[in-house]
Structure formats: C-alpha cells, structure tokens
Design a protein around this ligand. Structure first.
Ligand code: TRP
Length: 451
C-alpha cells in the first residue's frame, strides 16, 4: 500500500501551520498573557518559542519524515526493543485530553456564530457582551450541542483521510484570517485609550513574573506549535524527502508569532478602552472582540467573517489532534480509519462533557482548586506537553547520531554545518535543561535548593 502524502510542499506547510495556528494563538495567548502580566510574558514566550520551540519543531519533523511512522511507531523504529514508545503514548493521551476541552471552546465559536447570524449580538453595550457570554456558556444544552457539532465536523473530515479538502481550504482561509486580523487591529488601535493596551502588551514589567507564569509561557510556546505530543512527527511522516524542513519549521514559527501578536493587539486596546480586566481568563476574547467589532462600520458582517475563519483555524488544529490518535491506533491502515475516527471522536466528546459544564452546572466542582476545564487545560499545557517535549529533546540526540541527523536535515535543504550545529546543541542541551529548570522552579525546588 502506498504511503499517503501531502499534495505539495506548500500544502504541507499549510497543513502543519493549520495544526499550529488555532485556539492557542488566537484564544489562549491573549488570556494567558493577560493573566501573566502582558509584556514580560510576551518576551519570555518569544524566547521559548525561538530557542526551544523552533528547534524542537525541526526535530519532530526530522524523525517523522525519517521513519514515516506514526506517533508511537516512530520511536520504536528508531529505538527497537526499548520503552521509548511511551513518548508516543504520552502524545496520544495528550491529544485526547486536549481535544476534549478544545472542542468546548470550538463550540463557543459555533454558538457565537449562531447568535451573530440570528441577530442576538446587535445593539448591546460593551459590558453587556461579557455578561451575555457568561450566560450563554452557563447553559448546558446549547453548549453541549455546539461542542458535539465541533467534534462531528472534526470526525467527518478526518474520517475521509488526511489530505482531502484541508490543504485547499487552508490556502484561502489562512491568508484571509491574517487580513481580517489586520483590519481588527487597525480598528482596535484607534479606540480611545488604546495605547494603554499596547503598553500592556509590549512594555515588560518583570515584577509580574512568577515561577508559575514562566511555566505557563513555556507551555504556551509548545501549545501553539503543537509540540511535545508528536503531532508534528505524524504530519511530517506524510512528507517526501524533498521538503525543506528547517525552512518549513521557521515559517510556521513566524506565522504563529505574528498571529499571536495580532491577537494581542486586537484584544488589549479594547480591554483597556472599555475598562475591562486583562485577567478575565478563558472568556477574555469572547467578551472583548464583539465589543471591538460593534465599534466598526459593518461590524456584525466582519464579526461573522471573523468567526468563520476562527472556527476554521480551530478545526484544522482539531484535525491534527484526532489524526495523531487515529494514525497511532490504526498504524495508518486505511481500512480501519473510519471506524476508529468515529469511536475515538465520540469518546472524546463524552470525556469533554464535564469541561463543557465547568462554566455552568459544574462550576463548583473543583479538583486541586481548579474546575475540570482548567484542570485539563493545565495538565495538558503545563505538564504533559513540556514533559513530552523534554523526552523528545532527550530522545533525538541520544538515539540518532550527529551524522544521521545532518544527513536527514540536508534532504531538501542546504543547511550548512553552522546552522546544523546551532540547532543540534540547542536541542541537545538547551531545551532539556531549560525545561527541567522551569519545572523545578514551578515546583518550588529551585528556591529550596538555592534559597
Ligand atoms: N497548536 C494548536 C493551537 O494552538 C493546538 C494543537 C493542535 C496541539 N494539535 C496539537 C497541541 C497537538 C499539541 C499537540 O491551537
């Protein structure tokens, strides 16, 4: 049976960028930056993205293309008769839990789209938007239905196979999302008092940084690039040897940074201009954006267009999460794809129900002081992904020789020895050491040892 492949080089970049750019850059970045204190958080997030995220992304690409394996097989092929397959299992579990609450937020977009189309969002005052959203997501039936819709859309596309539709649609939707973001940012920057928001995002106030915020910035860097869960390993396994991996990785990193900053510039001026709080948490963008749009000519039309593109971005990320699980479980056997996609998708929906209800009837159910939604989000973003990333950064230089890696990176690219060395040492030493320090710091161990 022939290996499934992406249709074109640019098609792969769009698919991988589609996995990367999603709720992470658009929804999560503004709210974690808002809670984490703004500018200082952005700075740390950028450093983590460039010095840990980018090398790791190249690393995941390399081993995926080299072995043509799924998340689990890849590790077993490179290190036979070892327990390294566990890294892939962590990835599969991560994607499972991740999609369970990701689809809740995907559902929120669908509900807003429905409300916007049926006129439910017109003529409200700025603070009413926030309240309305709170009421909407507290209502179990519509939110569960919307979450189910999001899961079903994901299942239907992925059950059909990896390439069809996604690549073509991405080529139009991603640039459109970018252009629309520019328009929103222009409007947002011309609001009264917008400069406060810009200052908040760009001027670092290091007094606001805590060990916890640094860990969240690290998790965010991995989250937006879909790293640590072998998602990019799986996507790269569909690649021909002619793809320029470093260039693909760097362009994805760059796009992601740009979208996250645009999201921040779209939100924070509005937050300050309307007198809202930047630390509102996961509801932030849903409370602020409609108010920004309501200040624009043809605002509702633009808002609807934005929601459609936002939904598309979230879906292309969701495709990748379920694809990782399906590919690992079916070992890419096409005859099982449909059945597995449906079974896994429905299970994910069921596991996601408590997260959905966390904003309503289950808001009082706290585990470790967090709602189920927040707990899942925290476990995935700040524990599982950094842990997966740590293991991958140890695995690659341990199990593949420097010359093997150099050969693989040179397939399709003309990377020089110098670039290769920078990449290699960042991955081999800097990444694991940085992750371990951030982990220990968050657990309070650094203070205990040196304090
Ligand atoms: N990068 C995606 C986002 O920012 C999230 C994501 C998609 C992801 N697939 C993943 C994260 C796989 C980890 C693993 O929305």
């Amino acid at each position: 049976m022939s290996q499934e492949q992406w249709k074109s080089k640019i098609g792969f970049i769009f698919a991988a960028a589609g996995s990367a750019i999603g709720l992470g850059a658009i929804w999560k970045f503004p709210y974690v930056a808002g809670t984490g204190g703004g500018g200082a958080f952005l700075l740390i997030f950028l450093l983590f993205t460039l010095f840990l995220g980018a090398p790791l992304l190249i690393g995941e690409f390399l081993i995926g293309r080299k072995t043509k394996g799924d998340a689990i097989t890849t590790y077993q092929r490179i290190a036979p008769n070892s327990s390294w397959g566990i890294v892939g299992i962590i990835g599969v579990v991560t994607c499972f839990i991740l999609l369970s609450f990701y689809s809740v937020v995907g559902g929120w977009i669908i509900i807003y789209l429905f409300e916007a189309l049926t006129g439910g969002l017109t003529g409200l005052s700025q603070d009413q938007y926030g309240m309305l959203f709170g009421e909407i997501i507290a209502n179990p039936l519509p939110t569960l239905l919307a979450q189910l819709t999001f899961v079903l859309l994901t299942i239907i596309v992925v059950a059909k196979g990896v390439q069809k539709g996604i690549e073509n649609a991405s080529k139009i939707m991603m640039p459109a999302l970018f252009i629309l973001f520019l328009l929103i940012v222009i409007r947002s920057l011309s609001l009264d008092g917008a400069s406060e928001g810009v200052k908040f995002l760009f001027v670092p106030d290091f007094t606001k940084l805590t060990s916890e915020t640094i860990l969240i910035a690290l998790g965010q860097a991995f989250f937006t690039l879909s790293l640590g869960a072998s998602a990019m390993v799986t996507y790269a396994s569909y690649l021909p040897k002619t793809q320029n991996l470093p260039r693909s990785a760097l362009s994805i990193v760059l796009m992601n940074i740009v979208i996250a900053i645009l999201a921040g510039l779209a939100i924070f001026p509005g937050v300050f201009s309307f007198g809202l709080e930047p630390n509102a948490g996961p509801v932030l963008i849903f409370a602020v954006l409609p108010a920004v749009f309501s200040q624009m000519g043809f605002g509702m039309l633009f808002f609807i267009a934005f929601l459609i593109l936002f939904l598309f971005a979230a879906l292309t990320s969701a495709f990748s999460m379920i694809e990782i699980i399906v590919a690992a479980m079916t070992k890419k056997d096409k005859s099982k794809r449909k059945k597995y996609t449906w079974t896994i998708g429905i299970l994910i929906f069921i596991v996601g129900i408590p997260s959905c209800l966390s904003y309503g009837v289950m808001s009082d159910v706290l585990v470790f002081d967090k709602t189920i939604f927040d707990l899942f989000d925290y476990a995935v973003s700040n524990v599982l992904m950094p842990l997966g990333a740590l293991l991958i950064s140890i695995f690659i230089p341990l199990k593949l020789s420097k010359s093997e890696l150099f050969e693989e990176i040179r397939l399709g690219s003309h990377s020089g020895k110098m670039f290769f060395n920078v990449w290699y040492y960042l991955l081999k030493y800097f990444t694991p050491v940085a992750i371990i320090i951030v982990f220990m710091d968050a657990l309070g161990l650094i203070d205990k040892i040196f304090g």
